[in-house]
Design a protein. Structure first.
Length: 633
């Protein structure tokens, strides 16, 4: 179990084995390199813990515990988990600021506790049957154990093909599960229970300004609005203080540290704050492309020059067939996100110089940066068009226009928007993150596959979280605010199950720890108290973040159009990746599986290869599933 996740922890290995428990650990040494060996016990060996991640406020917690009389033998954050449990029991997780998946064995009470951090930055999977509970950071560890079922979860497969990722608590295997973010699992002689310990509080109140930590004395290099309201200034001031505190906490490390820099406002903001607190140039790492419509290196360079960082770049070229096969070994279950490639390569480049890298992930969910939020706003006007005009004239006319080879041309944007507008209303929010329509499934899936689905709703988990927002107190200010509800759903689904899964697997594949200061749960709590009109103002996304960071970042970075961390795979599938496409989705392979109708896939292939349509998302998702199937089934 440990050997197959050596990449996650190349520095150390340890075991604790005593009936009825076995704990194993591969360690990537970050804090207390000499004293942090795991599994770690308390002084009388009644508690044992294995821990993946970081507790950023461990020094503060340690001081509080020492006042209570607890004595520490190491400088590690792992030991803080043990004594926090002694002091606070299962409630200890509410004291931690960090990213973590940990297992704690209480020997006296014969109780095992598994816990995952509030946002799901670190993974934790488990398998349960009548005889045993097996857990691990990655599914591959669980699969090394005898008797673990590898039965395919068709409902998860349907959701994967629709959204390109698999929602917690499901995995692609029927009897293996993800522990959801912000949950603990408790196993004892009383049985097994899973319960949440954190969630967004839906209350709106003006922030208290932290004196001395705001923007006092900093002159704006240019105004974002001609006459900002006092309320805007207060939110911007508090947001700056909260972000600065989070970045400061996440700079704690006993090993070299750097940052991913895409040139967008999220990663640039992190680099700006790191530069303010560092006494030496921050090491920054960026990925670029030969196709200039995908390339953002110019923006990354501007930020690097602005802050005088020690900057490094890598150009990603389309000779990635071997790399595609390699990366599948680190996924364990299908993930259709194209950006696994640049994420892996920027991690690999960074790992040559640092062990820890901070990233800007989370900014889109917190401050309304995604195209889908804009699409929803535009959709309010588009839906007022007569149905005949929308569904017949506009949709049919756009279908006749071939897609552009550029990353985001006006034709591509309009075609994607109109496709989304044709979806059922329940899927409207994810219109730009939905890649398979119901009528397409009816043609793609075989009767066998359809039968396995048993009529279950594809959007079950999305609807669950939308429903959660309606269970809140209707008297709460901001209740039923459409944008806040959409952001909450993304925070619970797309962020942990796609974005953070991608970042964790691809960074850990290179033995690099990726930290995400925008997703400190204190930052998240504050961001959800900011009014929606300060996040999406008109058609300006991330308005309050731009206002906050306008005093520090180059103007071009603040006002640049959002690109997204993607690659020109639609063009590569017509050229360099064409042999892999035709091999993986050949008639022989598809017929052998029995899940899909090959003639419909072949139609997609031909339309894509001849440039009539862009089916890259659908085709790549099927290719990833086939590569996964060959490895695991």
């Amino acid at each position: 179990m440990c050997e197959v996740i050596r990449h996650r922890g190349p520095d150390d290995e340890g075991f604790y084995l005593e009936y009825p428990i076995g704990l194993g650990m591969r360690r990537l040494s970050i804090i207390d390199l000499e004293g942090g060996h795991q599994p770690m016990s308390d002084e009388d060996q009644s508690l044992w813990v294995v821990f993946n991640g970081e507790i950023y406020n461990f020094q503060e917690i340690r001081r509080e515990l020492e006042k209570k009389g607890y004595r520490f033998r190491t400088r590690s954050d792992t030991e803080v988990i043990l004594y926090s449990y002694k002091a606070y029991g299962e409630e200890c997780v509410k004291h931690f600021r960090g990213m973590f998946g940990f297992a704690l064995w209480d020997k006296r009470k014969k109780k095992l506790i598994l816990a995952r951090d509030p946002l799901g930055i670190k993974p934790l999977h488990y398998y349960l049957d009548a005889e045993k509970l097996i857990f691990g950071s990655e599914i591959k560890s669980i699969l090394t154990c005898k008797g673990v079922s590898r039965e395919l979860n068709f409902k998860a497969l349907d959701r994967y093909l629709t959204f390109e990722y698999i929602f917690a608590p499901e995995t692609i295997f029927q009897k293996i599960y993800k522990l959801p973010p912000a949950h603990i699992l408790v196993w004892s002689d009383k049985g097994l229970k899973i319960k949440p310990y954190w969630d967004i509080e839906w209350e709106s109140k003006d922030p208290e300004i932290i004196q001395g930590q705001g923007l006092e004395g900093v002159s704006p290099s240019y105004p974002l609005t001609s006459a900002p309201s006092k309320k805007e200034e207060e939110y911007a001031q508090q947001l700056y203080a909260v972000l600065k505190e989070s970045v400061k906490l996440e700079l704690i490390s006993d090993v070299p540290l750097g940052a991913f820099l895409s040139g967008g406002i999220d990663s640039s903001s992190v680099v700006a704050l790191m530069s303010q607190m560092s006494d030496r140039p921050v090491k920054t790492f960026s990925i670029g492309f030969e196709d200039q419509s995908y390339n953002e290196l110019d923006y990354a360079r501007k930020v690097a020059r602005h802050f005088g960082t020690d900057h490094h770049e890598f150009i990603l070229k389309p000779d990635i067939e071997d790399l595609a096969m390699t990366l599948m070994d680190y996924l364990d279950e299908p993930l259709g996100d194209f950006s696994i490639f640049p994420t892996y390569l920027v991690s690999k480049m960074a790992r040559e110089q640092v062990t820890v890298a901070l990233s800007g992930d989370g900014g889109d969910e917190l401050f309304a940066g995604y195209d889908t939020y804009l699409a929803n706003r535009i959709g309010e006007y588009y839906e007022k068009f007569p149905g005949f005009l929308r569904n017949h004239l506009i949709a049919r006319w756009l279908h006749l226009i071939p897609p552009s080879q550029k990353k985001k041309g006006i034709i591509n944007l309009v075609k994607r928007f109109v496709e989304g507008a044709e979806l059922p209303r329940s899927l409207m929010h994810v219109r730009w993150m939905t890649f398979l329509k119901p009528e397409e499934k009816s043609r793609l899936y075989t009767d066998f596959f359809k039968k396995e689905l048993a009529g279950e709703a594809t959007d079950k988990y999305l609807q669950h979280y939308f429903d959660q927002t309606q269970l809140r107190n209707p008297q709460t200010p901001g209740f039923l605010d459409p944008l806040a509800r959409q952001q909450y759903v993304d925070l619970k689904t797309y962020l942990p199950d796609d974005i953070l899964t991608k970042v964790d697997r691809m960074s850990m594949a290179t033995s690099l720890e990726a930290r995400v200061p925008l997703l400190d749960h204190k930052v998240v709590e504050f961001a959800f108290k900011i009014p929606s009109e300060l996040k999406l103002r008109g058609f300006t996304t991330k308005y309050i973040l731009k206002k906050t960071m306008a005093k520090f970042l180059p103007k071009e970075v603040i006002y640049k159009k959002k690109q997204g961390f993607s690659i020109p795979i639609k063009n590569w599938l017509r050229a360099e990746l064409k042999p892999l496409l035709l091999d993986l989705l050949s008639e022989t392979r598809i017929q052998k599986r029995g899940y899909f109708n090959w003639k419909y896939i072949d139609r997609w292939i031909q339309e894509h290869l001849h440039g009539r349509e862009n089916h890259s998302h659908r085709l790549w998702a099927l290719m990833v599933f086939e590569m996964w199937h060959q490895r695991y089934l």
